[in-house]
Ligand binder design. Structure first.
Ligand code: HDD
Length: 683
């Protein structure tokens, strides 16, 4: 298929994909050869009770296709969900980069973004403790640019040659393939303790960042230091950040584990539903920029992927926004077959010598050759650039393009030496001419040696609740390690970060408390605490517990106000069908206590009803207790108020009593807070 040479707009990718879409509705069933099929239920047999005949081409074609339906899952990031959208530039970056999509404010570039967990298989649960991938393909007029990011700003290792090791260590153990999608086992922690460059990322992994409430509520980080190059050829170091408009929010660990059973598709569903409802996820793109002359001005090496650039030292400049506004039509064709590669760059964006980035530049194409079955995966619709592409590459499995003419080499005279390399002025990519000199050596730069100062910076930046969650997470994960020796090694290692952390963990997991003094870093970075991010009730989901005889007008008004604030709700009762208010109004019940669970809601609104049956009361009690335990906002009006008294939670933080002032407003504020940590726990 020949693309038209036209200007890229927000819709360019969608328009391109439309050409490949097929609508099967109201169509006759055919074979892949276009032959109409007259019977799709019975194979061709020699007699009604006889053997199936070889000549049944329909049976053979259908079965063969089915037998070959599966492709290898991604070796990491196998489980993911994606969406289409656009990136809009706010501020010209032309002083720093000549990338065309970053020149003119208002420019919109079509994108496809895939979120993922890292460790679990394709069918694993969403809400496991893990890093999340956040990969975006920008379909620019100069070719595809991929920002293959994670939701944590640092990585476990400093050199790509160790990537197979860290992945082997955290994946299920090879002898029994246990545990699935979890780092809570011996080999992972053995790796950590014996590869201490992992310290900083492990701190992030033990923090709430590892259990995001939603893909819509997590940050993204390019991690590596990349290079911007402007029209004059001047380079700047740059780090990329995605900042979610809804703030950064997480599940609590007990809740995350329960959701993994109640709805393993929790994050996937949330993304899909939000887009269907028109609540388009939005993230702003921030850049941190360092002048080349300041390459050595920091107390860490800016090429080290286990280090952040504290935002208080290198400010984050917001330059544009990403809006995800369209769900894929076909998961396999789009989400599964999309192929990202950090080496997909455009003029004006270049690499640095970060040894992790350098290795990634090899790994992605290599893995896709296997996963997507050959070298033509760039022709799969989701991967095709929206600008034309021409070269002398030919053949290979699944070739689709029909290149005309007999010339497929360079240099040539038979076709005027076309396709011809472009000059820099014509948009030809030229690599940044960094001067490099050195001996061939397998060594780690001494400037990469400090693994604990920024781990401590992270610890110092956490709120007391966040710190407690980190202690709890270490205690859970390392507490599952069978080897007492490995447990002790982990405790000793994290004593280098903070002695109170290591001591608390040691006491929880039966290890000997360490006697070291820990890192003496006192600095903190408020930007690292997710408690300091935006809080809003918009798009939060409330369970409305309601039964026969509810108070019609009050409920209607409150639900109306919640909706006006962008809050979503579902009604939950003992039976499906309608519930009737005492004023005769009726409401549809969305869920019963068996088809849903408190863990999948952000808040609970207890309405009750004058005709409550005992089963309702029992189930609602469990529902609210569970939500309370997970620090969620709880509101009550009408008959629900008595419930707060009966269960002794009236007056607790985040518990909103409709009898005391305007309910909806207070409840919306409580929802916006996300969780209310300073509660007394019930038994
Ligand atoms: Fe990677 C997939 C992000 C280090 C090798 N990686 C993959 C995906 C994301 C990342 C988001 C999923 C893309 C998708 O949705 O299809 N990876 C990162 C980040 C890293 C990182 C942010 C550190 C800064 N990765 C990394 C290293 C290597 C790889 C050091 C190997 C040298 N990553 C891969 C891979 C994957 C992959 C094996 C598996 C599937 C794929 O590429 O397409 O090549």
């Amino acid at each position: 298929m020949q693309e038209k040479e036209n200007k890229v707009t927000e819709k360019s990718k969608q328009e391109q994909l439309e050409q490949y879409k097929v609508d099967d509705s109201n169509k006759k069933l055919t074979t892949n050869q276009g032959l109409k099929v007259s019977n799709d239920e019975l194979s061709l047999k020699a007699g009604e009770r006889g053997p199936t005949l070889m000549e049944d081409f329909h049976f053979r074609e259908k079965m063969t296709h089915f037998d070959h339906e599966r492709i290898p899952e991604r070796v990491v990031h196998a489980r993911g969900s994606a969406a289409h959208g656009y990136f809009e530039l706010y501020e010209s970056m032309k002083d720093y980069t000549k990338a065309k999509f970053l020149q003119t404010p208002g420019t919109k570039t079509p994108v496809f973004t895939r979120f993922s967990t890292v460790v679990g298989s394709r069918g694993s649960a969403d809400t496991v403790r893990d890093v999340r991938g956040f990969a975006t393909k920008f379909y620019t007029e100069e070719g595809n640019y991929d920002l293959v990011a994670n939701n944590m700003p640092v990585f476990f290792i400093q050199d790509a040659v160790k990537f197979p090791d860290i992945v082997h260590a955290i994946k299920p153990e090879p002898h029994n393939e246990i545990p699935q999608a979890s780092g809570a086992h011996d080999t992972f922690w053995d790796f950590v303790a014996n590869n201490q460059e992992s310290a900083h990322q492990v701190m992030w992994l033990m923090s709430d960042r590892a259990v995001p409430r939603s893909y819509r509520m997590m940050q993204g980080f390019g991690i590596h230091t990349f290079r911007f190059v402007n029209e004059k050829g001047k380079g700047h170091f740059v780090k990329f950040h995605w900042v979610p408009k809804l703030g950064v929010h997480s599940l609590v660990w007990d809740e995350a584990q329960k959701i993994a059973g109640k709805n393993p598709d929790y994050n996937r569903q949330d993304l899909f539903d939000a887009i269907e409802q028109g609540n388009y996820p939005e993230y702003e793109l921030g850049v941190q920029i360092i002048d080349e002359k300041d390459e050595f001005a920091f107390d860490f090496d800016i090429l080290d992927p286990t280090k952040i650039w504290p935002e208080e030292d290198v400010p984050l400049q917001i330059i544009g926004k990403l809006v995800l506004n369209r769900n894929p039509d076909y998961f396999f064709a789009e989400t599964e077959q999309v192929a990202f590669h950090p080496g997909n760059v455009v003029p004006g964006i270049d690499f640095t010598n970060d040894p992790l980035l350098q290795g990634r530049l090899f790994s992605y194409i290599d893995t896709q050759l296997l996963r997507l079955g050959g070298p033509n995966f760039h022709e799969i619709p989701i991967n095709r650039p929206v600008c034309p592409f021409h070269n002398n590459q030919r053949d290979g499995f699944h070739r689709q393009t029909i290149n005309k003419g007999k010339v497929s080499y360079h240099n040539n005279s038979l076709s005027g030496n076309h396709p011809k390399p472009a000059t820099e002025a014509e948009g030809g990519y030229t690599h940044y001419e960094e001067k490099v000199e050195g001996r061939k050596i397998r060594a780690r730069s001494a400037s990469f040696a400090d693994h604990f100062s920024q781990s401590k910076l992270f610890w110092n930046s956490m709120s007391p609740t966040e710190k407690q969650h980190i202690i709890d997470a270490f205690s859970f994960e390392v507490g599952k390690v069978k080897s007492m020796n490995v447990r002790q090694q982990v405790v000793e290692m994290f004593a280098n970060v903070d002695i109170s952390l290591a001591t608390a963990v040691a006491n929880n997991i039966g290890a000997t408390p360490p006697t070291k003094t820990g890192s003496d870093v006192t600095k903190s970075s408020p930007a690292l605490s997710q408690e300091n991010t935006i809080k809003t009730a918009a798009t939060r989901k409330v369970a409305v517990l309601i039964d026969q005889g509810y108070s019609g007008t009050a409920v209607k008004n409150n639900l109306h106000e919640l909706q006006a604030a962008g809050v979503q709700y579902e009604t939950v009762s003992s039976r499906q069908g309608m519930v009737k208010g005492e004023d005769g109004t009726e409401l549809m019940v969305d869920h019963t206590f068996t088809t849903t669970s408190p863990v999948v809601y952000d808040a609970v609104y207890i309405v009750g009803g004058s005709g409550e049956n005992p089963a309702f009361h029992k189930d609602a009690t469990y529902f609210v207790k569970e939500a309370f335990k997970h620090y969620k906002p709880i509101g009550a009006t009408e008959q629900g108020i008595q419930w707060l008294e009966d269960n002794k939670i009236n007056g607790e933080p985040g518990v909103v009593n409709g009898a005391s002032g305007p309910f909806a407003n207070q409840f919306i504020q409580a929802i916006a807070m996300h969780r209310h940590w300073n509660r007394k726990m019930m038994d």
